[in-house]
Design a protein around this ligand. Structure first.
Ligand SMILES: [Zn+2]
Length: 433
């Protein structure tokens, strides 16, 4: 995380022996959060995590071909270049986060295997991707594979839409009302997605998914015995991000912004700040939920040499969310999922000289994602040290905010206890102004 906007205080001594000062953030796999609790000038919070999700990465042409039965693609007037991949990584590096890139892969097909999957492209059995089979594929694949901490490969689609008799309809995985296509169709498309990944040595199959055009159903939909989530899980996917306003069966989600569908965590994307094809524009407004969703052009400039202007605008926009008591920028989607569960389900309160956590609601969800750990933020007017018999305090950092100090504690659960406490005490002198 970046603390450049405020004075960064040194790590404090006095933590339990489990505090690892050299702990790598990227190895963290634990987080949760919950309500805000204040008492006598102190405040504790399980902050809302925010995860960046970027759709429609992977197109080489930006052209919106929907008027000619071709995909919408990214809807911009130029082709995509390596610089556009570097922009995602630059955003990740600038904020020490791992943006999710929801990838469309048909224009990565070097061997025209999609001729055998004619409903996946506008050309059907005559599919020919020769135009896009060039050295840029290897260059982009190298960038992706060499930056796993700042680029998470997420499944989005092969051709993004569905073609029948040369006619396009939306979208690849489900119809406009969120009804899943047939089980066989889903299986074939996931298999061919994997084959194109293998052609390009893009690594192991992703663990996350964003439905094309956000056409999605939670749980089973008409005509199907299983849900899309369950089929995706068979390929190793454990997390779906999609806006609930457009999701069939959204009323079956019990926790407002997340639900478990065949064990697959499904998280609300909410509304994006920018329209899908807006380019060369800086974001403004407020991120109301856990997902900062955008489409690839939103991060880019019409002139790719100026992409960095837009990327740094996003970095400046997002950074303050990391500095607040109530929010944080998720380090990656694994951290994001675990923290969101605790933010919603785990209770926190300050009692005496203790921060008390109640995990009972999170544990009732029955997901391993609740068992790992969480991040707690704590605000105090005094330099403070922390200790816990119940939790490992993996790391603690602090930033000064005028007359207070904001602490970030990264915690790991030691066992499946339903409650835990962290004691805090004054450390040295109060803040020198
Ligand atoms: Zn899309």
């Amino acid at each position: 995380m970046q603390y450049s906007r405020r004075k960064f205080l040194k790590f404090l001594s006095g933590f339990t022996a489990t505090v690892g000062l050299g702990f790598s953030r990227n190895k963290l796999t634990a987080m949760n959060i919950s309500n805000l609790s204040t008492r006598s000038g102190e405040a504790a919070c399980i902050p809302r995590p925010i995860q960046v999700v970027i759709d429609d990465v992977g197109w080489w042409s930006g052209w919106d071909g929907s008027g000619q039965q071709e995909p919408f693609r990214t809807g911009i007037s130029r082709d995509h270049t390596l610089a556009d991949y570097k922009s995602i990584i630059e955003l990740g590096r600038s904020l020490n986060i791992c943006p999710q890139a929801a990838m469309v892969l048909c224009e990565w097909d070097r061997e025209n295997i999609l001729r055998d999957l004619p409903d996946s492209t506008w050309m059907g059995i005559n599919w020919d991707n020769g135009k896009w089979a060039g050295p840029w594929l290897d260059e982009a694949a190298d960038l992706i594979c060499n930056n796993p901490d700042h680029f998470e490969f997420t499944v989005h689609g092969i051709g993004h839409e569905y073609w029948s008799g040369g006619n396009l309809s939306r979208a690849e995985w489900a119809t406009a009302d969120g009804t899943m296509r047939t089980e066989e169709f889903i299986h074939n498309h996931l298999e061919y997605y994997q084959k194109i990944m293998q052609q390009n040595r893009l690594g192991s199959f992703p663990q996350s998914f964003v439905p094309a055009a956000f056409n999605h159903g939670f749980g089973t939909t008409a005509g199907n015995q299983v849900s899309l989530a369950e089929l995706l899980n068979g390929f190793g996917i454990s997390y779906i991000n999609t806006p609930f306003y457009k999701m069939q069966n959204a009323d079956k989600v019990k926790n407002a912004v997340f639900g478990l569908d065949a064990g697959v965590l499904t998280i609300d994307r909410g509304n994006d700040l920018l329209n899908w094809n807006v380019i060369s524009s800086l974001p403004k407004g407020e991120i109301p939920g856990p997902t900062c969703g955008m489409h690839w052009p939103n991060l880019l400039h019409e002139n790719p040499e100026r992409n960095s202007e837009i990327v740094q605008g996003w970095a400046a926009f997002l950074r303050p969310y990391d500095d607040r008591l109530e929010t944080l920028l998720a380090q990656n989607s694994d951290h994001f999922q675990k923290q969101l569960i605790h933010h919603i389900s785990t209770r926190i309160r300050v009692a005496g000289k203790q921060i008390e956590l109640d995990f009972s609601e999170a544990d009732k969800l029955g997901t391993e994602k609740a068992m790992d750990g969480l991040t707690v933020k704590f605000r105090s007017s005094q330099k403070t040290c922390f200790d816990s018999q119940d939790l490992d305090i993996l790391s603690s950092s602090a930033v000064r905010e005028d007359s207070t100090i904001l602490y970030t504690l990264i915690l790991r659960r030691r066992k499946t206890q339903s409650g835990a406490s962290i004691s805090f005490s004054k450390h040295g002198s109060s803040i020198d102004k």
